[in-house]
Ligand binder design. Structure first.
Ligand code: NAD
Length: 339
């Protein structure tokens, strides 16, 4: 048994987490869970970083956190729990994979164009330091930090991952034509590291051109590495290519701690109704099983998920509206029935 930390999260978090862990249990996945106190409700109890000291210690001891989405309380001076977690544990690479799923109709699937993209987003630097101030009543300034060591660690990860998945090509998205120093460091570092991976075709593209080409010809790309904010925006664009946020998993990779979570948020509009789509969290969970070397279990569940989608099963947020939608629990049960 491998022990991992689990945080249910807020909003739809507990519902989709229960669905995913029920699927894991039915598949006899050899994991045990230590639930940790983390989320908006922990903020509300007075913990300013959204987690208790015990939660932090448990996550650091176990090294893996599987988490549901978490709400950041609104208001000045409150930092996002998600951003805090990524910074606290230096999870410097955010890996998001986007693949065509049969049964999830998109303009590309209808045209028979398969999608298989991996975005690696720098996860710590850029404008996410939140270093902003007012210069006058009408002028606000935000500082953008890009460092060579920070760029190196995420770009190195992207190349290693591309080598492991036997990708042919790796692309750096950037805006170095305008932000010559900050994006310049990122781009130069990319080409420095590329020299050590001669088997991979390395190229670069300006981020706005990248967005247009992703929408017109997604097959041009394989692995794409970007700075934090640009990576955030481009990965939501890619989620749209494969059917939306309900199908977008993510892994926050650090040297000591990795966090696996869905890209989407707490969906407050549908929370508590047991109608959320658990697929993105399940796909994040499958990436976690692969990370832990549990390839057989990951393949068993993935095949069942793909077959379940192909059968036309769907939750209310996608799929053929002429087939009645399943609720979260029924959708999980349909996957289990296909093991
Ligand atoms: P959201 O992703 O929660 O919701 C956007 C839309 O997508 C909503 O209509 C929602 O119902 C729908 N949706 C999202 N996930 C779904 C699912 N699994 N099944 C079906 N429909 C789904 O984005 P938001 O409304 O901008 O954010 C709500 C809260 O989530 C905010 O507090 C935000 O800070 C937080 N958030 C957390 C994370 C995270 O924990 N990693 C990520 C993004 C947003």
């Amino acid at each position: 048994m491998i022990k991992i930390a689990v945080a249910n999260g807020d909003g739809i978090g507990p519902e989709i987490m229960e669905a995913v862990l029920t699927i894991f249990k039915a598949a006899d996945v050899p994991l045990s869970y230590e639930y940790v106190d983390m989320g908006k409700w922990v903020f509300d109890k007075g913990f300013s970083n959204g987690m208790t000291d015990e939660a932090k210690a448990t996550i650091e001891a176990l090294g893996i956190l599987f988490k549901g989405p978490m709400e950041t309380p609104k208001g000045k001076g409150v930092k996002s729990i998600n951003v805090t977690a990524r910074k606290t544990w230096n999870t410097y690479a955010n890996k998001r994979t986007f693949q065509t799923l049969h049964g999830v109709d998109t303009v590309f699937s209808k045209a028979g164009i398969p999608i298989d993209l991996t975005i690696v987003r720098e996860n710590i630097e850029d404008t996410y330091g939140g270093v902003e101030h007012m210069l006058s009543n009408d002028v606000a300034i935000s500082r953008r930090f890009i460092t060579r060591p920070g760029s190196e660690q995420v770009i190195r990860y992207a190349f290693e991952m591309a080598r492991e998945k036997k990708a042919k090509k790796i692309t750096c998205g950037h805006k170095a034509n305008i932000m010559k120093l900050t994006d310049g460091i990122f781009l130069n570092t990319f080409y420095e590291i590329a020299k050590q991976y001669p088997e991979l075709e390395a190229n670069d593209i300006i981020v706005d051109d990248l967005c247009m080409k992703l929408v017109m010809r997604p097959g041009m790309f394989d692995v794409i590495v970007l700075t934090n904010l640009q990576g955030d925006i481009v990965s939501d664009l890619c989620a749209g290519l494969v059917g939306g946020l309900g199908f977008a998993p993510s892994a926050n990779i650090g040297d000591n701690i990795c966090i696996f979570e869905a890209v989407h948020g707490t969906a407050p509009d549908i929370a508590g109704k047991n109608i959320a789509n658990p697929t993105a969290l399940l796909l994040s969970g499958l990436a976690m099983l692969q990370h832990l070397g549990l390839y057989g279990k990951a393949a068993l569940i993935e095949n069942a998920l793909l077959y379940t989608l192909e059968q036309g099963n769907h939750t209310g947020d996608f799929g053929d509206k002429s087939i009645p939608a399943l609720n979260t629990t029924q959708f999980a049960d349909a996957i289990i029935a296909n093991f």
